[in-house]
Structure formats: structure tokens, C-alpha cells
Design a protein around this ligand. Sequence first.
Ligand SMILES: [Zn+2]
Length: 261
Amino acid sequence: MAKPGCVFLMYHEIELPGRPLCQSAAGYLRYILPLETFRSQMAWMKSYGWRGLNVGEALRYPAEPSVCITFDDGCETDLIAAAPVLREFGFNATFYLTAGFLGTPGYLSASQVRDLDAQGFQIGCHSMTHPYLSDLPETELKREVVDAKLQIETVVGHAIEHFSCPGGRYDQRTLQMARHAGFATVANSHFCANSSSTSPYELGRVAMLRDLTIEEFGVICHGRGLWKKRLQHQARRGAQRVLGNRAYDRLRAVLLGEPRQ
Ligand SMILES: [Zn+2]
């Protein structure tokens, strides 16, 4: 059987005991893993001989069992919770930052970003203010893609090459804008493994959910069973297309029992 390719994992904030999360909606919590859950996943990888790579490393598609580890949003727990665990197991990762969130409560400060960068982790960009990019007029799209890149580059003092789309939403304009801005890759949240035949501007990622068991985690690393996730994902995308992003979010909030925002 052909190797299914390299799976790119998508993490968000890490939950630490006694520490409030950056956001409180039920839809947010779903993507938040307690530190111990994250640690047990990394321990599982180590014990079975898997490597944890950043996006740049993963794009070389090494033959050894590997997954790509990514974090979205730029929460402070990237540095204080995830990074120490990754270092403990000898793994790397890409941290996609929302430029406009830097220095706000719960998110990384500029000096913490430099710390992550100095530790050898890869820093990427996750827009300026975290909107759905496919909804934006051209001038706003430019600010979210081009200006955000420049802002993070000013913080770290070197080029930023990797971009991930907030909420996984993008269109062809987004990809063109990212390419023109000088990004080498764009990651979305399509449930699929990537391989050397995948466009670097349409890298799929698998969202790590809070209730994932370690067995399910192992299955995901192998790239198996992603078709089932993909079907769920397509059903959701279909609803988004019919309803539009905003109406879909309101419906989702009602279904998840979230308070009105
Ligand atoms: Zn995000």
C-alpha cells in the first residue's frame, strides 16, 4: 500500500491548570487540549519512533515516520506549555501567529516570540486580526496577509515563509496574495495528509480535538481514517456555502449551546 503521506497536525491553545483560556466559547474549547493530553501524544510519538517536524522540515517529506506539528493563533501557551514538551521529546513545530494579537492578554508578547524563535522553533503567520479571509475586500485582505507578514518579520528580524488561514477559510485571491507577499506555503484545515504532489499553497491539516483518544491520535499520525473526517468536513463546508460564514457560525453557536456574542 502506498504511504498516505505526511500528516500535518493543527493545535491551538494548551490548557494549564488554573489558567483562564484566551476565549470562552464552547466552540473554542473543543480545540483546546489539556497539557497532559498534548504531552501523552508527544510521548506516544516518541515511543513509536515518530519524528515531529516543523513545516519547512516536513516539506522535504522524509521517508522515516514523521508528522508535522503546527499551532495556530499565537497563544502564550505556545511558549510556556507546548515548547518545553516539544524540546523534551526533541521535536520541532511551526507556530503561526496572529500579528494583531501579540501582546494582548493570553497571547505571546514580542519578546516571547523572539524567545520561541531563538529556541529553534519555526514562526509562521496566521493573519493580522483573524477574520475569514474569503469574506474580505482586496485592501483588507492585503492587510491580513502582507502587513501581518511584515509585522511578524519586524519582531523576529528575518523572513516569515509560512501562512495558515484563520478558520481554514480561503479562496484563490488569498493564495495569490500569499504567493505575491513571498510566502512559500499556505496551510488550511482540510482533513488530508500531504505529499510531494500536494501544492505547498494548499497544505491540509488535521485539527487536534480535545476529546481525541490516544488510539485515534495514532490512527491520525498514520494518515488512516482521514476519509471519515473528510466527509464530516465536506458536510460542514457544504452548510457554510449554503448559509454563508456568519449564518453558519450563528447556527453552530446555537447547536453547541454557546451564549450569543
Ligand atoms: Zn486561528
